[in-house]
Every structure is written in structure tokens, then in C-alpha cells.
Design a protein around this ligand. Structure first.
Ligand code: C5P
Length: 308
């Protein structure tokens, strides 16, 4: 991908995601789980800016910035190093993350930063990686990273990295409530394994009714089909999420679900006005940190044009 003059700072905007269906299979020998993961990109964004520097450096601003690691464990840093290695160069870049996606919230914020860093460094360095090469690097970085690159809506199979685009027939409105604290994705999968140890976990499959609701842009039908197999595990580790889910439904949400591995909760609402009502009720309650109203689908990682 290209589109910027090599050498000048480049900014890329990348969306968060919600899983409208997250069907989880049994643990595989490699420790991952086979998924049928229906991703929908939503209008909360991180912006990743890549600028020339003497050495790899990361900075971060935004409401949750103090929770973001600024060393080489940061997924955006790992993305820059991986791209540099693949194209035989040094990762001399300053990555700045302007963070609006809740950290450790189950909304793929770290994955968004990785996809953003790849696209930004590719443009900054003029490496000219193809879309297929970028998607392959994304999959190496994490199961959700390819979707952060493509955005829109997609069915992710394998460990979530094999994507098939899905049609969405209209906008869906959401409220996202960020919880006080985070949940570790591996810990939630381990809890899933513990809770399902005595049962035969079926092979994961996307529900036809859910795909039809997305195609038709039918929020009521989608509300009836939302499903997250990780929700019992997230609730087991973070029991107060049950109160948040109930409070959103009481305030008029069509449906409530834990977003991915949590602890962010997602509320599907009829329209923007209903979203504002639900968000206000959630903010007034004791259990969530912030509540944001936004719509979907949102586009994938994209360069932000420079104003000069
Ligand atoms: O791929 P990613 O690094 O985002 O995954 C984080 C962790 O989530 C993995 O180490 C694994 O514990 C768990 N995971 C899983 N099955 C998947 C995706 C993630 O068990 N399909």
C-alpha cells in the first residue's frame, strides 16, 4: 500500500471491532481455539502516526494512555519491527498512538494499533507491501489484526485470521461501556476451557439467521441473534459485568453482549437517540467507566490525508 511521500510523517486511522457472533470451538493442540468470528468494525478509532526517528520509539495519548506499554511489547512496535525485518531495513520510526479505543477491552485496540503501524510504516518507508503481504504480517501479529486492516464486516475462521467479507445492509447503532479494569484475552480463553471441560464443545459455525440480519440491516433480528461463547467466561472472571448488561437492557437497548473477551460491554440500540438514552443511564450507574455511542460498519485502516 502506498499513498504518502516517503519520509514525511504518516497518520493512519483504524477502527475498533465488536464480535456480533463469537463461536468458540475446543482448544487446538497449539493452544488456540478454532472460531467462527463475525467481526463488525465500529466507529471508535485509534490513530497511529509514523515519523522518521533515530530509533524505534513509541508515545501514546488519550484517555487510557497510561495503560499502554511503551516498550517493544507494544503490538504497534512489534508490527514496525516485523515489517522492517521483512523488507531488510532498520525500524527507525517514532510511532505515536492517539488512543480512543478502550485498552484491554475486547475491542481489538492493540490489534488496531498493529494494523495502523504496518500501514503507516509501509507508507513512511515506501516499502510498497501488497495487500496480501500486509494481511500475512497482520496474521503473524495476532488473530484479530487482519480484520483491523480490512474493517467493514467479515467472518473470521481458523483462529480468526482467515477472513471472508460479509455484506451489511444498513447502519447499526451501538453503545459501548468500558469497565473499570481490563481482562486478559488468554485468561478468558483459559476460563472458557475450564467451564467447558466436561462438555463436548461443538465445531464453531456462523448462524445463518445472524448473517441474514446483517445483510438485511435489521437491528431487531440482529439483536435476537447476537452470541458470544466467551461471555460466560468473561462474566465468571468479572461478575459485575452482569449488572452493566442488565442496566443497558433496562434503559432500552435491543440486546446486550460482552464485546469479545471483554470487559467492554456492547449494547445494540434502535438508533442514535436510543443510544444516547442508554449511554446516559449507564454513565449514571455504578458499574462502568465510560459509555460511548457509535455506529457500524466502519472502514478499515486508512491513511488520513495531510492538510497542508
Ligand atoms: O492471536 P492473539 O495474540 O490475539 O491471541 C491472544 C490469546 O488469545 C492467545 O494467546 C490465546 O490464548 C487466545 N486465543 C485463542 N484462540 C483464538 C484467538 C486467541 O485461544 N482463536
Amino acid at each position: 500500500m502506498s499513498g504518502a511521500r516517503a519520509g514525511t510523517a504518516v497518520t493512519v486511522r483504524v477502527p475498533a471491532k465488536v464480535n456480533v457472533q463469537l463461536a468458540v470451538g475446543a482448544a487446538r493442540p497449539d493452544g488456540f481455539h478454532d472460531l467462527a468470528n463475525v467481526f463488525l468494525a465500529v466507529g471508535l478509532y485509534d490513530e497511529v502516526t509514523a515519523a522518521p526517528a533515530e530509533e524505534l520509539r513509541i508515545t501514546c495519548t488519550g484517555p487510557d494512555a497510561d495503560q499502554v506499554p511503551l516498550d517493544c511489547s507494544n503490538l504497534a512496535a512489534r508490527a514496525a519491527v516485523l515489517l522492517a525485518e521483512r523488507f531488510g531495513r532498520e525500524p527507525r520510526v517514532h510511532l505515536h498512538i492517539d488512543k480512543d479505543i478502550p485498552v484491554a477491552g475486547g475491542m481489538a485496540g492493540g490489534s488496531a494499533d498493529a494494523a495502523g503501524a504496518l500501514v503507516a510504516c509501509d507508507a513512511l518507508w515506501g516499502t510498497g507491501a501488497s495487500r496480501a503481504e500486509l494481511l500475512e504480517l497482520c496474521a503473524e501479529l495476532g488473530s484479530d489484526v487482519p480484520f483491523s486492516l480490512v474493517g467493514g464486516a467479515a467472518l473470521g475462521t481458523g483462529r480468526g485470521e482467515l477472513l471472508e467479507p460479509l455484506e451489511v445492509g444498513g447502519d447499526f447503532w451501538w453503545v459501548f461501556a468500558a469497565a473499570e479494569g481490563g481482562l486478559s484475552t488468554p485468561a478468558v480463553y483459559r476460563e472458557f476451557d475450564r467451564l467447558t471441560a466436561a462438555t463436548a464443545v461443538p465445531a464453531p459455525a456462523a448462524a445463518p439467521a445472524l448473517l441474514e440480519a446483517m445483510r438485511g440491516g435489521d437491528a431487531v433480528a440482529l439483536a435476537g441473534a447476537l452470541a458470544n461463547d466467551l461471555q460466560p467466561a468473561a462474566l465468571s472472571l468479572f461478575p459485575s459485568l452482569a449488572h452493566t448488561l442488565a442496566a443497558g437492557v433496562e434503559a432500552g437497548a435491543l440486546a446486550a453482549i460482552v464485546s469479545g473477551s471483554g470487559p467492554t460491554t456492547a449494547f445494540l440500540v434502535k438508533d442514535e437517540g436510543a443510544g444516547r438514552t442508554v449511554a446516559e443511564a449507564l454513565r449514571a450507574g455504578a458499574h462502568c467507566r465510560t459509555a460511548r455511542v457509535t455506529s457500524s460498519p466502519a472502514p478499515g485502516a486508512a491513511l488520513v490525508p495531510r492538510v497542508s
